[in-house]
Every structure is written in structure tokens, then in C-alpha cells.
Write a protein that binds this ligand. Sequence first.
Ligand SMILES: Nc1ncnc2c1ncn2[C@@H]1O[C@H](COP(=O)(O)OP(=O)(O)OP(=O)(O)O)[C@@H](O)[C@H]1O
Ligand SMILES: [Mg+2]
Length: 249
Amino acid sequence: MRVIASYSIKGGVGKTAASVNLAYAAASAGHETLLIDLDPQGASSFYFRLRTSKKDRGKSFFSRRGRLLKNIKGSNYRRLDILPANLAFRNFDIMLNSMQKSKKKLKQILIPLDDDYDLIILDCPPNLTLLAENIFNAADIIVVPVIPTTLSERTYDQLLGFFDSKGYKKKKIRPFFSMTQQQNRLHTDTINKMGKKHSSFLKSRIGFSQEIEKMGLHREPVLAYASKKSPVQAYRSLFNEVAKALGMK
Ligand SMILES: Nc1ncnc2c1ncn2[C@@H]1O[C@H](COP(=O)(O)OP(=O)(O)OP(=O)(O)O)[C@@H](O)[C@H]1O
Ligand SMILES: [Mg+2]
């Protein structure tokens, strides 16, 4: 079983769009896949037409054996299951803080899922908290969408600095350019500059696309409905690159 985290310190950069479409691409390529929506906003759950639960399952998420499995839902797609978000997830950091081995809890609770899934995808909320450290420990690869602008460059450097300061493995971090616009000079300059500076950038880029924006209307991954080829090819190529980096067959 492999674990992919779709993560960024920054909000609104395409983490959820990547999670949802990577999960769909993985399942359609034959991998038993589980998408875990760790963000209390519940955007991934929404895209798969699942309601976020109102029951407070935040604490049991980390503490009770078997609870995690109970809350997993099937999706409308073969080989793709979802663990929907919960409003209580907003308190993850308070809960984790009171636990032992508080930075490795997520990694621990995912271990029993190894029997059922080839791949777990974590849709992460945008912050750098104790939950984020759990994510860094649990993930085999951390894909980071980067909109090619000056501020994104800064937050990406902050992430690398955090990994350095805490001794986490930076080679887990694989950024990719997100919402790129070919006509935008700042975008092309930043892509050139950051691409040269960081050899870890995945080659696949997700261009700005109205088809992707419409996921909220369709409530499906763009891969499930897109008529235009470009976003479909872009996400499939991103999945293939990530799968290769993870040594998945
Ligand atoms: N490539 C794209 N082209 C156009 N719109 C996009 C693209 N990717 C994402 N979007 C849109 O941008 C918005 C933010 O995307 P998304 O929710 O995936 O970001 P996020 O990083 O998960 O945000 P948050 O930090 O709030 O969880 C959404 O409305 C989404 O539909
Ligand atoms: Mg999101």
C-alpha cells in the first residue's frame, strides 16, 4: 500500500482537484484506492456526492480501532472508496496534542488498511500544524500544487525550510505546477525559475481549465466527464508520474 498526500501550506491551489482526480485515475488504472478527506471543509466528499457527517467522530478517528473502516463509503466508481470529512476534523490538532506519539498517529491508523487498498490518497487542509506533521510521516509522497506566482514560491520555500528544521525527508516532496496560464508572463517566468531551482518538480502541469472549475457543478472528478482532452491528459499524466515515482505497477 502506498500513501499520497495532496498538500500545500497555501489554500486554493488545487489540492482537492488533484486528490479527486488522482483517486479516479488510480482506480480506473486498476488500483484499489481510498481517498481520505482530511479537510473539515469536505470538498472532496462533496465532489463524490457524499455528505459530511455531523456526528463528532473526530476523536475516534485516531483512537478507536476499526472505527476508521466503519466510516468508509463506496463511491459511484469501481475500486474507489471515500472516507468523508467530518466537522470534528477541525479539532484534529487539539486531539492529537493530547495523544502519545502524536506525530505518527495517522501513519499508525492507516497500517490496517494495507489488506484492502493499494493506494491511499490524503486530501489535506492548508496549514502547517500537528496534523500536517502526521501527514508528512504517513505519506510516501507529498504532491504539492504550486500556482506559479511569487507568493507560491515563498510558501514552497517555507515548506522546504520546515522539513529541514524538523529533519523530515525532503525527497518525499514532489511539487507540480497548477492552474498555469500560458499567456501569463509571470507564470512562464516563475515556471522557468522554479523548475531550474528545484529538480523535484514533476513534469506534468495542470493548466487553468474551465472544465476543472466546473467540477462543483458536475460533482464528479473532471476525468469522469470532461469533453476536452487537456485536463484529462494532464491528470492522467500526473498520476502516471506519481505512480512511477512510487514504484507502482
Ligand atoms: N486547474 C484548474 N483550473 C481552473 N480552476 C481550478 C483548477 N484547479 C482547481 N480549480 C478551482 O480552484 C478552486 C480551488 O481548487 P481546490 O479546491 O482544488 O484547491 P485546494 O487547494 O484544495 O483549496 P483549499 O485550500 O481550500 O482546500 C476550486 O474552485 C477549483 O474548482
Ligand atoms: Mg481542498
